[in-house]
Design a binder for this molecule. Structure first.
Ligand SMILES: [Zn+2]
Length: 153
């Protein structure tokens, strides 16, 4: 079953506890405008909600493709993403890029896929993950490039 994976809650909590993200940026409260995608629970912020903008690297192993970039998360610990078997409903109409990787960790350039809001995101994920040279993928914002969530078969 395909798994849609938000940022590891324990890894995020360790950053909150240390007062900084893994790049050393202070964990700073900012009130949400209400249009920020939250990578801790895969929803959208509501206006005035307590959030933080952090620098995040979705890899846990060394990789030349290990991009570190900006993501919004809840300032305080939240419930996380509770339905990992389901494509996050909040992002089904999000202009997205599917960034796939091979089993050996190399980027699968031939299967990079851009999705418009009206495209069938679930079908596109299934198609890319069905390729024999793809073992997982990252969903990114097609407009801003920011990491959104990880998908594994
Ligand atoms: Zn959250």
């Amino acid at each position: 079953m395909i798994q849609y994976i938000a940022i590891d809650p324990d890894r995020l909590q360790a950053m909150r506890d240390s007062g900084a993200d893994e790049s050393g940026n202070p964990w700073t409260l900012r009130p949400a405008d209400g249009d920020e995608p939250l990578r801790c629970c895969l929803t959208w912020a509501t206006p005035g909600e307590d959030i933080a903008l952090i620098s995040y690297n979705p890899w846990t192993q060394r990789s030349p493709w290990a991009e570190t970039g900006p993501v919004y998360v809840h300032f305080d610990r939240c419930a996380g993403y509770s339905t990992p078997g389901e494509y996050p409903p909040a992002f089904l109409d999000y202009a997205s890029m599917l960034n796939p990787f091979q089993p050996d960790g190399e980027r699968a350039y031939g299967h990079i896929t851009f999705l418009r809001p009206e495209d069938d995101h679930e079908a596109a994920v299934r198609l890319v993950l069905a390729q024999p040279d793809v073992s997982y993928l990252h969903v990114r914002s097609a407009n801003a490039g920011c990491f959104t969530f990880e998908v594994r078969p």
